[in-house]
Ligand binder design. Structure first.
Ligand code: NAI
Length: 699
């Protein structure tokens, strides 16, 4: 049973009990309606308290039921709320900790609400591309006032109960409890107090007006439109709340329902719901259950205080974990330390970090030139030059000094983690932690599981990723892991497009219109074009038959590495980051094309986007088939959090599913006919071909 029933004196207490957040799954909903009937049938009961066990009143819908018939099975949430409103005896919601989504809607159906301070209250449906669907848009404006309600509904952000209780004229909370601890007793007393009051008050009967409705909603629409370009739901929130002020309650409810159902089928809503589930699924590893024991990580050592070492260290300092950085020379340590300081000081200047917090973080940081000083660290992360010889020396040293059971991690982006592990006598303790630059900002962490990585090491690093607020995705060992292995194909396509007739700006614009944060060439300029150059040089010997456009090499030969050299695919004005289309680069591409005897053709934005995105999809299908990624949604998370793929499209795999894999393969077959492209690459990956044949999708 996921709702408990208890009678205390003349009050029946219904306690939602469906960990972790008392999600309103089918069994819980049934539990509530059964308990209501019991309470109403019991002559000894005069009033009812509805509350939640553990760490929440209720977090809303039970995400485990998403997309299953149970989510809609009767009694659905609307019916439960109606049953509460129709109860002959008053129902008092006693809310605490978390009261969100359906949980808040449920409480709004109760006759009274008493809240503990510190309770997070929200209608977060907009974050899933929806509007509240169980009366939230109709009842909250009545209880709280139109403007504060609309703010909450459009933003989806939680607000603390004590702040809401201060809103003049609010009827959301009839009473604030003194503390979370006294809530239960105060709710019982309050229920007894109001037991005999009739008629029973209902939020639906409260008036709902805005004195300057026309002007206010016009203003709200303008604001929301500007902020929610690619998402339909926020504007629909305005429509729904406006209807609460203009329509009868029942008509407003029907209007809300209609909007809710229409939004449910939009690609944006499907994408956002997918991301919500994919994000949680990423931490689930098929053969490493949640119960796997974890190692204690109370301190970290970082080898190399360069670009990555500094950023990596900041993550742990921010989480209150002490860090010791090691370098070979004092100057390098000083430089690394100064960069960390500069980053924090910029945050202090912007008001994003308090001075005392900054000092507290810096006090957790120490440095050394001596490996022996690292012996007590629970985990070490290596971020030295990307050369196997250097890594070998470092890992041999680490193997010598680190205490038994310490986790040895490498931040390598291209080297073989298994080979690195083989330099130690404890390959089971070695793992890859591939951070993205800037490491203190980017959400993505690829956790690279070596052939010998122990399960508890993997579980520990995944938990640590959560602690430092990263989206951690497990990748197997292969060149480039998940993200960079895919981006290599994408970059290759971008190069072919130049030879065939595009300019860098045209390609970037098409991809940015699709929704990417940045097109491939602006991204190259930001990351440094020399990085790709180094990788290609290696490829030319490893895979001499692999086809590349030479444009990027020619660019690097001109010394145009990107923003860091003041010129790349674009020109830059010193001190600024604006990418200015470059006549020199266009001329270089034209000449190269002419030398190859290629007549440029006009290429549509649609073709540009398809070739770039489907190149990701086909490579990803290989990655899945090889078991480098364990599920398609992990690949989506990598692209959403590490590569600027538009969230409202849900990642490359969901996007391909939504386009239809059959259509994706048809396009790929067409690209394979293009003599300037790489026909061999466009042969559909076996997994992709199989899914099409079986009429299935990735997700
Ligand atoms: P970097 O050149 O900025 O920093 C490397 C630092 O390691 C330097 O400060 C150097 O003095 C130090 N170092 C070199 N050998 C050492 C040794 N034997 N002992 C101690 N310190 C030593 O390089 P960056 O960009 O920070 O890269 C570090 C690692 O992170 C590389 O493996 C790289 O592939 C990887 N990586 C880099 C990314 C990036 O965008 N820069 C992204 C993801 C991974």
């Amino acid at each position: 049973m996921t709702a408990q029933y208890q009678v205390q004196g003349s009050v029946a207490v219904i306690t939602l009990d469906n960990p972790p957040v008392n999600g309103l799954g089918h069994a819980t909903r049934l539990g509530i309606t059964d308990a209501l009937q019991r309470a109403n049938a019991d002559p000894a009961v005069q009033a009812i308290v509805l509350t939640g066990a553990g760490k929440a009143f209720s977090g809303g819908a039970d995400i485990r039921e998403f997309g299953t018939p149970k989510a809609l099975a009767e009694p659905n949430l609307l019916s439960v709320i109606l049953a509460i409103e129709n109860s002959a005896k008053p129902v008092v919601a006693a809310v605490h900790s978390v009261c969100m989504g359906g949980g808040l809607e449920l409480s709004l159906g109760c006759h009274y609400r008493i809240a503990a301070p510190g309770c997070s209250v929200a209608l977060p449906e907009v974050k899933l591309g929806l509007i509240p669907g169980a009366g939230g848009t109709q009842r909250l404006p009545r209880a709280l006032g139109v403007e504060p309600a609309l703010n909450m509904i459009v933003s989806g952000e939680p607000v603390k109960s004590e702040l809401l209780a201060q809103i003049p004229g609010q009827k959301l909370f009839d009473k604030m409890a003194a503390s979370a601890d006294s809530l239960a007793a105060e709710a019982l007393a309050f229920a007894q107090e109001v037991a005999a009051v009739r008629p029973l008050p209902l939020v639906r009967n409260l008036p709902c007006k805005h004195p300057q409705g026309d002007a206010y909603f016009q203003f709200a629409r303008n604001m929301v439109k500007g902020m929610s370009k690619n998402y339909p739901a926020p504007l629909k929130c305005v429509d729904a709340v406006e209807s609460a002020t203009r329509k009868k309650f029942e008509d407003g409810m029907l209007f809300e329902r209609e909007i809710f159902i229409n939004l449910m089928w939009t690609p944006e809503c499907r994408a956002l719901r997918h991301v919500f589930v994919a994000d949680r699924a990423a931490s689930k590893i098929p053969d490493v259950p949640d119960t796997t024991p974890k190692r204690e990580i109370g301190s970290i050592a970082v080898i190399g205080a360069g670009t990555m070492g500094g950023g990596i260290s900041m993550n742990f300092l921010n989480a209150g974990i002490p860090v010791k950085m090691l370098e070979m020379k004092q100057e390098a340590l000083d430089r690394g330390l100064a960069t960390i300081r500069k980053n924090y000081e910029a945050q202090v200047k912007k008001g994003k970090l308090k001075q005392d917090k900054y000092e507290q973080r810096m006090s957790l940081l120490s440095t050394t030139l001596n490996y022996d000083d690292l012996k007590d660290a629970d985990m070490v992360i290596e971020a030295v030059f990307e050369e196997m010889g250097v890594k070998e020396k470092v890992f041999k040293e680490l193997d010598r000094v680190m205490k038994p059971g310490a986790i040895l991690a490498t931040n390598t982006s291209t080297l073989d983690v298994d080979q690195i592990a083989s330099f130690t006598g404890r390959p089971q303790d070695v793992i890859g932690t591939h951070f993205f630059s800037p490491a203190n900002v980017m959400k993505l962490l690829e956790v690279v599981r070596g052939k010998h990585t122990a399960k508890d090491v993997l579980a520990t690093v995944m938990a640590l990723g959560k602690k430092i607020k990263k989206t951690s995705v497990v990748s197997g060992v292969c060149d480039g892991f998940i993200g960079n292995r895919m981006i290599e194909q994408y970059s290759r396509q971008a190069g072919f497009l130049l030879v065939e007739g595009c300019t860098p700006a045209q390609v970037d614009k098409a991809v940015e219109k699709f929704g990417f944060a940045m097109g491939p060439f602006r991204m190259g300029d930001l990351a440094g074009n020399d990085i790709g150059w180094a990788i290609r040089k290696r490829r030319y010997t490893e895979k001499p038959d692999l086809k590349y456009s030479k444009t990027a090499d020619l660019l690097c030969e001109m010394g145009r590495y990107g923003q860091k050299t003041g010129a790349g695919w674009y020109d830059y004005v010193p001190g600024k980051r604006d990418a200015i289309p470059s006549a020199i680069v266009v001329d270089m591409i034209d000449k190269h094309r002419a030398a190859l005897g290629v007549t440029p053709r006009k290429i549509s934005d649609e073709e540009i986007v398809q070739r770039l995105v489907y190149s990701l999809v086909n490579e990803a299908a290989h990655i899945l088939e090889e078991g480098i990624a364990s599920k398609a949604s992990d690949i989506d998370m990598v692209y959403l959090t590490g590569y600027g793929f538009p969230i409202y499209r849900g990642g490359p795999m969901l996007y391909a599913d939504q386009v239809g894999l059959f259509n994706v393969v048809q396009s790929m077959n067409r690209f394979a006919q293009n003599p300037l492209d790489d026909a061999a690459f466009w042969k559909p990956a076996p997994l992709l071909a199989r899914l099409v044949a079986e009429g299935k999708t990735f997700n």
